[in-house]
Design a binder for this molecule. Structure first.
Ligand code: PEP
Ligand code: MN
Length: 218
């Protein structure tokens, strides 16, 4: 459908301890197999320092989740793996704070860092998180690092994902992360913010049109 990297969670940070916690190593094996079959790199989260070794064995890039942005022991272990790091901005982190977390990865010697704007907690209850569009160009002004946007967590609602993604592209995002599922109503995780996979091609067509409109290309 035009996606270039496959992202999924095998070790999942969940709000409730009773929610689906991910498939663990089996999930990593499935993702690797699908990534190889489709010729796509895979990125997945390591939640704890001790997860890094197993994640690094299967993945091409390690995700540090929003809840762990400031977990220096985890950042160090992930940076030491030598793999590229997808660093998600914390749920209440300022731009300075995410920049400092990124800097700590660079200081260890891992320069392959992507920052992800995934929405922050605000006073608005109807939207799970408020995607901070202005943070995208601001982080790009302050650093040379690529910035991607996650409009799925950034809005928490399937119907808001595409408009928020288009805004992020217009604002200069270097990539977009979208959660997709063949039938979101039966998803074990985050179905309410997932795009039906059948709509992904249309989404990509809109993304390309937006990129073109602002003098960029996908
Ligand atoms: C995720 O990427 O699936 C995830 C749990 O994201 P975040 O860490 O941004 O909440
Ligand atoms: Mn999710």
């Amino acid at each position: 459908g035009g996606a270039t990297i496959l992202r999924g969670g095998a070790f999942k940070p969940r709000t409730s301890p009773y929610s689906f916690q991910g498939l663990g190593t089996t999930g990593l094996e499935i993702m690797r197999e699908v990534g190889d079959e489709l010729g796509m790199g895979i990125v997945t989260e390591a939640m704890a320092p001790d997860d890094v070794a197993i994640v690094a064995r299967f993945a091409d890039m390690i995700q540090i989740g929003a809840r762990n942005m400031d977990n220096r022991a985890l950042l160090k272990r992930a940076a030491d793996s030598g793999l590229p790091i997808l660093l998600k901005r914390g749920i209440t982190a300022t731009i300075d704070e995410v920049m400092v977390a990124a800097e700590s990865l660079l200081a260890i010697g891992n320069e392959q860092v992507i920052i992800c704007e995934r929405g922050e907690r605000t006073f608005e209850p109807s939207i799970r998180n408020s995607l901070d569009i202005a943070a995208i160009p601001e982080i790009k002004y302050r650093s040379h690092l690529p910035v991607v946007a996650d409009p799925s967590h950034g809005t928490g609602r399937t119907d808001l994902v595409e408009p928020a993604a288009l805004a992020a592209i217009a604002a200069g995002a270097d990539g977009i992360i979208v959660e997709a599922h063949p039938d979101p109503s039966t998803a074990l995780s985050d179905g309410f913010q997932s795009m039906p996979t059948g709509e992904f091609r249309n989404f990509m067509a809109s993304a390309r049109r937006m990129a073109w409109a602002v003098g960029r290309s996908i």
